[in-house]
Design a protein. Structure first.
Length: 596
C-alpha cells in the first residue's frame, strides 16, 4: 500500500493530479482539479460555484507534480481545504452531498489526523488509515426530508475498534468494530438507527481507537427509531467514563459511584410508562430522579427517562446508552454533587448491564465435567499424619456436587452446567510438593490416583480435597493442567478441617473455593487460544471495579463466566460465548496425549 500524505492539502492536490494523469483524456486534452469526489455517480446539491485550476494532463510528470504543488498552493486554497489539524473549520467542498450518497473517506470536507492510503488493486481509490483516538473525518450532507437512518461502513481493523457518529456535533450513535485481521481485509457493519432532520448538516466520524482503516460510509433509510425495549430483570448502571456502578450510599442516602458487589443498592428494575421508563432501586423501591440532590425519590409521577441506545451490545462490547429525562437533559453523575442532569455528551454515556441470578434462564451452552477426589488419609513419613472426619467428607461432597451446580445455574442464568462426581480414594497421601513452606498434593504426588480415577479426556477439572494435618496446605491452589494430571485441570483444597456445617451452610464461603481454583486452570487453558481475559485475570476483581460483600465474589465470577467483564478498553472480557465455541479441556487433553 502507498501512504500518500498526512497533510490533507497535499493529498487533495496529489490525488486529483494523479487522477488526471491516469484518466487517459487524450493528447493535448485538459482536466480540471476539482474538489468534488471522482465518483460522478454520487448525487450532489451545488451550493456555489467552485474555483478550479486547469492543467494539461499530458504534461504532468512525477517531477512536475511536485512543482505544481509548490507553485499552486496559494491559488488552490480558495477551493481546497488546508490540513484540518491546522484549521479544521475550513471546508474543501463547494457541493453539499445528498444524504443518499456513498461518502468516500478520502473525499471528506474536513479531517484531522488521518492519513490517506491507496486501496490495493483499485485505481484512484483511497481510504483513511494511521488513525489515532480523537482523529476524525467530516462531510457536509443535505437531507431533503426528515428521516431515520443508520450508517453502513466499510472498514478494516486489527484490534477491536470503534468510532462515534456525530450529526452537527452531537453524538447519535457509536459503532463497535470487530477484528478483521489485516488493514486491507474489509468488512461492513451497520450502526444503530438515529433521526436526521430536513436540511443541511455535518456528519462526523470521530475515531475512538486506532489500528483501523475506513473506506466509506453510507447513510441508509431505517425503520422509525423507537426506544429500545428493556427486558425484565435486574440491571446496573455503570459509568462509561470510569466503570463505577451507580450505588445508593447507606450513610447519606445519596447515589454515588462505587465498585460493584452485587448489592441490591446497586440493582435496578425498569418499569415502562408510555414511551419512557422509571428505574426502581431494588433495595428501597425508590426511583431514579433528576429532581433532588440524592437522585432518588418516591416513584409517583417523577423520574421518567427515555433510554437512547448509542451502541448495541455484541459478544465483544457492551451496549452504550444515554438516559434522557423528560426535561430534555441527560443523566450524569458528578463526584462532588452526585446525580443530576446535564449535556448529552460523553459524560452522559452509560453501560446498562444485566445482573441478578437466575432471572434470565437460557439453554445450556457449556458443560463443565468435574471430579472431587477426596483424599481421606494423609500419611507423609516424618511430616504429617491426619484423617478427614466422615461428616466433613459428606458435607464437602454435597457442597461440590449440589451447591456449586446451583451456583453455576444462578450465576450464568443456566448457560453453564456443572456436572460433578466424587471419588473417595483409599490411597493415602504419602508425599507433598513443597512451595514457600506450603505442602501441596500436586499431580506428581498422586500418580496412582490419576492412573486409576482420572483417565485422559474424561474430566475438565479435578479438585483434590485433603487435609495437611500438622503442616500448612494452604487453602486453595489451581496450577492448571500438565502431562502428570493427564492434561486435566488440577486444583487442590485444604478443607479437611473446615467444619461440616460451613460446607453445607449455603453461604458463598467456603463453597466458592470450588469455583475459584478450577478457574485458574480455565484461564491457563483459554489463554492458549488468546481469549480476551479480564485485566489482572482471576485476581483482578478490584482492578476491574468489583468488590466482595454479601455475595462474596459471585458477581465477579458471574461476569467472568458470561464474558461480560467490562475492561478499560471498552470491551467485554472473560469466558462467555467466545469460550463456549473453543475446544474443551477434555478434547484438548485427548489431542495433547496423542502428541506425546
Amino acid at each position: 500500500m502507498q501512504v500518500l500524505a498526512k497533510n490533507f492539502l497535499c493529498f487533495k492536490i496529489i490525488s486529483f493530479v494523479l487522477i488526471l494523469a491516469l484518466s487517459g483524456c487524450g493528447g493535448g486534452g485538459s482536466g480540471a482539479i476539482s474538489n468534488t469526489p471522482s465518483d460522478t455517480s454520487a448525487p450532489f446539491l451545488s451550493s456555489s460555484s467552485a474555483t478550479s485550476t486547469v492543467f494539461s494532463s499530458s504534461s504532468l510528470s512525477s517531477d512536475s507534480i511536485v512543482s505544481v504543488i509548490s507553485s499552486s498552493n496559494a491559488s488552490l486554497n480558495s477551493s481546497l481545504s488546508v490540513d484540518s489539524s491546522v484549521n479544521s473549520s475550513q471546508t474543501s467542498s463547494s457541493a453539499i452531498r445528498n444524504i443518499n450518497s456513498r461518502l468516500q473517506a478520502e473525499q471528506n470536507d474536513r479531517s484531522f489526523g488521518v492519513s490517506y492510503v491507496a486501496n490495493d488493486g483499485e485505481t484512484n481509490n483511497f481510504h483513511v488509515s494511521e488513525i489515532d483516538p480523537e482523529d476524525y473525518i467530516e462531510w457536509d450532507i443535505y437531507a431533503e426530508t426528515s428521516g431515520t437512518y443508520k450508517i453502513t461502513t466499510r472498514f478494516a481493523s486489527q484490534t477491536l475498534s470503534s468510532f462515534q457518529i456525530l450529526i452537527d456535533g452531537g453524538e447519535v450513535a457509536e459503532l463497535g468494530l470487530p477484528v478483521t485481521g489485516l488493514l486491507n481485509n474489509w468488512q461492513s457493519v451497520d450502526s444503530t438507527s438515529f433521526n436526521i432532520p430536513k436540511g443541511q448538516h455535518s456528519l462526523r466520524i470521530k475515531f475512538t481507537s486506532g489500528v483501523q482503516a475506513l473506506d466509506w460510509v453510507q447513510l441508509n433509510a431505517s425503520p422509525i427509531v423507537t426506544n429500545p425495549e428493556i427486558e425484565l430483570g435486574l440491571w446496573r448502571l455503570v459509568s462509561r467514563g470510569n466503570r463505577f456502578t451507580l450505588t445508593k450510599d447507606q450513610s447519606s442516602g445519596k447515589l454515588i459511584e462505587s465498585q460493584y458487589s452485587g448489592n441490591v443498592s446497586q440493582q435496578w428494575r425498569a418499569k415502562k410508562i408510555g414511551e419512557a421508563y422509571q428505574f426502581v432501586l431494588e433495595k428501597s423501591g425508590e426511583c431514579l430522579t433528576p429532581l433532588n440532590a440524592k437522585g432518588l425519590a418516591a416513584c409517583e409521577r417523577i423520574g421518567l427517562w427515555v433510554p437512547e441506545l448509542l451502541r448495541a451490545s455484541s459478544e465483544d462490547r457492551p451496549a452504550i446508552y444515554r438516559f434522557r429525562s423528560i426535561y430534555g437533559e441527560c443523566l450524569v453523575i458528578n463526584p462532588s454533587f452526585g446525580v443530576g442532569t446535564g449535556a448529552c455528551d460523553e459524560k452522559a454515556r452509560w453501560y446498562f448491564e444485566p445482573v441478578g441470578y437466575g432471572e434470565r434462564l437460557k439453554p445450556v451452552e457449556y458443560e463443565v465435567k468435574s471430579l472431587l477426589l477426596i483424599k481421606e488419609f494423609t500419611s507423609v513419613a516424618g511430616i504429617s499424619s491426619a484423617r478427614i472426619p466422615s461428616d466433613i467428607i459428606s458435607a464437602a461432597r454435597e457442597s461440590y456436587e449440589k451447591d456449586v451446580a446451583n451456583w453455576f445455574k444462578r450465576m450464568t442464568d443456566g448457560r453453564v452446567s456443572w456436572k460433578a462426581e466424587t471419588i473417595i480414594s483409599p490411597n493415602p497421601i504419602t508425599s507433598f510438593t513443597v512451595s514457600d513452606n506450603i505442602y501441596l498434593p500436586a499431580a506428581v504426588n498422586l500418580a496412582d490416583d490419576i492412573q486409576q480415577f482420572v483417565p485422559i479426556g474424561k474430566y475438565d477439572t479435578v479438585t483434590v480435597f485433603f487435609t495437611g494435618g500438622s503442616v500448612s496446605g494452604g487453602w486453595g491452589w489451581g496450577p492448571g493442567s500438565s502431562k502428570e494430571s493427564n492434561y486435566t485441570l488440577w486444583a487442590t483444597v485444604n478443607g479437611g478441617s473446615t467444619p461440616a456445617a460451613q460446607w453445607i451452610s449455603g453461604a458463598n464461603e467456603p463453597t466458592e473455593v470450588f469455583i475459584h481454583e478450577p478457574m485458574h486452570g480455565f484461564d491457563a487453558h483459554f489463554d492458549r487460544f488468546q481469549l480476551a481475559l479480564p485485566e489482572g485475570y482471576l485476581h483482578g476483581a478490584e482492578e476491574n471495579n468489583y468488590q466482595s460483600e454479601i455475595d462474596g465474589w459471585m458477581p465477579w465470577y458471574r461476569d467472568y463466566w458470561l464474558g461480560t467483564v467490562i475492561a478499560s478498553d471498552d470491551t467485554y472480557r472473560g469466558y462467555g460465548p467466545r469460550m463456549f465455541r473453543k475446544e474443551t479441556v477434555r478434547s484438548y487433553a485427548l489431542k495433547a496425549a496423542t502428541l506425546q
